[in-house]
Design a protein around this ligand. Sequence first.
Ligand code: SF4
Ligand code: SF4
Ligand code: SF4
Length: 273
Amino acid sequence: MKRIYLLPIMMLALFEIIAVTLWLTMDNLFYLFNFSYIGGSIALGIFLFLRKHRYARRVTQLLVGLYMLLYLGLICNENMQIEGFWYYLFTGVFEAATIHYAVAKIFGPLLFGRGWCGYACWTAMVLDFLPYKKPAQPRKKLGWIRYITFAVSLFFVAALFLTHVGNLEKIMFWSFLIGNLLYYAVGIGLAFLFKDNRAFCKYICPITVFLKPMSYFSLLRVRCDTSKCISCGKCIQVCPMNVDVMNPSRKRKNGTECILCFECAKSCPKNAL
Ligand code: SF4
Ligand code: SF4
Ligand code: SF4
């Protein structure tokens, strides 16, 4: 079978295994639909990428991001933001948000790194439409802010439980709405301020507290074949996350920031990546 079909089919099969396992173990047909849809969207993106379609990544990002934001978030009232994860974790419910975090953001990155950030996140789905695809300024030393937003999200949900406020489901829905609007406002503002679409991802996003350490060990990663590299630096110029991609080591600068967008590989004149 041609490689162009093999990889998307393998990805679809992986998601189908997750879909069927969760459907049968949780006795809930939703999981079959949910993971089949996400797997199908990712498989389509890989297929388009292998066909060198310019917008392959964006297609998957919109299919998955809009589904999660509009259908799961707004229609099904499922808070998939980090506070939704804490909420379901505290209530001991292993359902959509906790499963989503386990698959996409905690254990999944051991396999596919920060693929979530490149192909599925609904915050980045909007930020990637902004004009600063290549960072116009050097990276700032503001990464510490992510630990504050992470702690705030945890304390917010802990306080709700400790103070025994009622109607938690409704509060979580409104926090999903307000949280998303805030993320978009801050993300768009920072993108224009720093001339960098992904400034929010680099400095503010609390989910990176999970994503960065797990993606360090990722099986899937962009490696540089130093025997082919001519050190032209084109890959570093186009990288939206300032990864020192010419260095093949896991310890390379900003290595855990890679979102697997493959812009570096597309721009490499020597096919070294
Ligand atoms: S860093 Fe956060 S906002 Fe950016 S793509 Fe990843 S999860 Fe989304
Ligand atoms: S350009 Fe390359 S190194 Fe940079 S984020 Fe995309 S895949 Fe990773
Ligand atoms: S674009 Fe390719 S050849 Fe140029 S520095 Fe990067 S890996 Fe090396």
